[in-house]
Design a protein around this ligand. Sequence first.
Ligand code: T3D
Length: 257
Amino acid sequence: MPALIFETREQVAFITLNRPDKLNAFNHKMTEHLQAALDDCAAPHIRAVMITGAGKAFSAGQDLAELTDPNFPGMNHILSERYNPLVSKIRRLSKPVVAAVNGVAAGAGANLALCCDIIVAATSASFIQSFSQIGLIPDTGGTFFLPRLVGWQKASALMMLGEKISAEDAERFGMIYKVFDDASFSENAIALTNRLAQMPTKGLAYIKQALRWSISHTMDEQLQNEDKLQQRAAATNDFKEGVAAFLEKRSPVFKGE
Ligand code: T3D
């Protein structure tokens, strides 16, 4: 069974973490395939990406059994070679990435979801910063994204206590965008991703870039960044189409150009 399923349907890439009997825990093969899949998502015809899990979980994080394997490369490699590149690839991908959290998301599995552009979850899904329960610190960008999403105090408590929180609480805390009912979760998550794929792709990429820059710039610098990115957005065919469609009172047809 492949550790990861990568499918493209029209202009959307669907990535499914696929070790359901181990709650889609990441082993070496899965992280390697996920890195390769994210590289493939850079192809211009892909305009949106959805990451989800097979079976009842999103991902239980690092496969803990693998840590005792004699071939395990060691702590000094695992983040720099496996997880950090995943976060960088998702954040630098010039198209939206949706985390469709279908079930429990723990450890690196939770934080992989948190670094995506839009996070939606099924009602029965849950999130756990489980690292502290085994003496580790949150990684895969967790210490960067979580305090920015929920604030310092909630992040600190969630990371130290390692408590499981429900999808509803995650939405209430601002950790995720929306919760969908279990019965219609997959359908709603796919519809959201398909909708993003029909939007002005370059404009969305510039939004992503502006948000990334906003973290490390002053307000004045960010005003200049907005100016720069807005000029790029205004030079796209999709901007012309958006304005023309509005004036002609019709629906726009964006091509991501
Ligand atoms: O060097 C480094 O490793 C640094 C990198 C760290 C990154 C990390 O992600 S560290 C955090 C690793 N993850 C965890 O600590 C979570 C461990 N799992 C759990 O706490 C629980 O499984 C869950 C709360 C996620 C779900 O609980 P539950 O009761 O729904 O399921 P379960 O019965 O615990 O698990 C079902 C099966 O999945 C079970 O296998 P079995 O007994 O049926 O053969 C269980 O062992 C397996 N499983 C779950 N999580 C992992 C796992 N197997 C390997 N690794 C896992 N992380």
